[in-house]
Ligand binder design. Structure first.
Ligand SMILES: Cc1cc2nc3c(=O)[nH]c(=O)nc-3n(C[C@H](O)[C@H](O)[C@H](O)COP(=O)(O)OP(=O)(O)OC[C@H]3O[C@@H](n4cnc5c(N)ncnc54)[C@H](O)[C@@H]3O)c2cc1C
Length: 415
């Protein structure tokens, strides 16, 4: 079949990879001049089934969790917040149905687990090499913080996520350079989580795609889709319109006007977050894997010869401006937790990216109500961690094969 993939971020690239590998004729259209330049550019790189990232899922619908609810409600609201954003926030926070919430969480864990396995399989098959480190340490500041996590940890265990509680004395065995700048109660170590360089993988996968004969069109912005009844694509800037059997929209937080024109209305909020990346000055002072501070919502990771720290969840801020407070927080936390790790003199990259979060916390993966129009959007802070799995499942669904995981819960038609 002739398939168009719109967007050359990690979601579009992995989707195109699976479709091309299945023998389809694939064309990728990207409005920017290169691949992985938007949200997939400098993310934290976590490949995590423990879903410890801030905003990975909505608040636990249980009063016992109110203490830990901060974990999912600390979104900073800006002056440009829209009524739709506030509606989304209200619905996202108020997960009233506990069974539905747990069911969704289990689906998310399974997708992340399968995705990690599938990423490993692709890397082995293609011999793609990308920077990778193993393990994530979750810092727990107090006994009450640990208590608020107990239910989630039990749930993760039930779903095959390995977690080990470490005393403060044990932490140096995992992260020898970590400095206890403020009191710590304990830590949870997730040996199955890892950090991988998302952009590096995306660019290598693009090369594999080109070897398989996929076409890439850059500076190609999709403006509309006509159904004739198969998708007929229109582009801005003079690119001729083209016919396809199917189109997969992987436009991240972009293309809202396109979705509006197709009357595809998704309850998705666009959250902005930041990362700071610097060269490692002294490896012995740098993290080995990932360290996530649950109360400060900060993650510090090692990525090859660089160290990266990320934080922030802004809704409704002007897109062109950086939040200086968050940027200062990144410098401060890196310096506090791993003093001497970063070489600030050789240049620091401050990056602001966005990700889309659906009101039920699940991504949208599957066929829309329009014939031949497929969506792969809204993976929140785990898009890299879910990309390979989502792509494989979507490719199978398109050809009516049974996917490794059911896409029912992720259907675009669920809203
Ligand atoms: C600070 C930060 C840290 C993060 N950390 C992690 C992490 O640790 N682990 C993890 O799994 N995820 C993480 N994420 C989330 C992850 O980065 C995203 O979920 C993922 O990159 C989304 O990929 P994407 O391909 O959907 O979007 P993008 O990478 O944004 O790609 C979409 C592409 O579509 C293109 N496009 C849009 N409209 C059009 C159009 N009309 N025509 C043609 N092209 C179009 C855009 O130019 C863009 O290149 C993080 C995000 C941020 C911001």
């Amino acid at each position: 079949m002739k398939i168009a993939v719109i967007g050359a971020g990690i979601i579009g690239i992995t989707c195109a990879y699976e479709l091309a590998r299945d023998g389809h004729s694939v064309s990728v259209f990207e409005q920017a001049s290169a691949a992985a330049v938007a949200s997939s550019f400098a993310n934290t790189g976590l490949l995590s089934a423990s879903l410890s990232a801030h905003l990975s899922h909505p608040a636990w619908p249980n009063t016992k969790w109110l203490g830990g609810l901060g974990a999912s409600s600390q979104i900073r609201l800006g002056m440009h917040v829209r009524l739709d954003d506030l509606r989304w926030l209200h619905q996202w926070r108020a997960q009233k149905n506990r069974d539905a919430f747990l069911d969704n969480l289990a689906c998310t864990i399974r997708l992340a687990q399968f995705s990690q396995q599938h990423l490993d399989a692709i890397a082995t098959e293609t011999k793609i090499e990308f920077e990778r480190t193993e393990g994530q340490l979750l810092l727990i500041r107090s006994h009450s913080e640990l208590e608020s996590l107990n239910e989630k940890l039990a749930f993760l265990k039930e779903h095959g996520v390995v977690a080990r509680q470490l005393s403060t004395e044990d932490i140096p065995n995992v992260e020898p350079a970590f400095r206890f700048a403020s009191p710590l109660h304990c830590a949870i170590y997730f040996p199955g989580d890892s950090v991988g360089n998302c952009r590096q993988f995306a660019l290598a996968a693009k090369k594999e795609l080109q070897k398989m004969g996929a076409d890439f069109y850059f500076n190609a912005s999709l403006s509309g889709i006509e159904l004739k009844p198969a998708p007929h694509l229109h582009f801005r800037d003079g690119l001729p319109s083209m016919d396809f059997d199917h189109v997969v929209i992987c436009t991240g937080t972009g293309a809202q006007d396109l979705l509006d024109s197709l009357q595809i209305r998704l309850p998705m909020a666009t959250i902005a977050s930041y990362s700071l990346t610097a060269r490692v000055r002294e490896g012995l002072n740098a993290p080995r894997g990932a360290v996530h501070d649950q109360s400060l919502r900060t993650t510090i990771v090692r990525m090859g010869d660089r160290v990266r720290v990320s934080s922030g969840a802004d809704l409704g801020f002007a897109s062109e401006k950086n939040n200086e407070k968050t940027v200062q927080h990144l410098y401060h936390e890196l310096q506090q937790s791993f003093p001497g790790a970063a070489d600030y003199s050789s240049g620091v990259q401050i990056w602001k990216g966005t990700f889309g979060v659906m009101r039920d916390g699940l991504p949208v993966i599957g066929q829309s109500a329009l014939p031949g129009v497929w969506l792969n959007l809204g993976h929140g802070p785990n898009g890299w961690g879910m990309a390979c799995g989502a792509a494989r499942c979507l490719a199978d669904s398109m050809t009516h094969r049974t996917p490794p995981l059911s896409l029912e819960k992720f259907s675009p038609l669920r809203f």
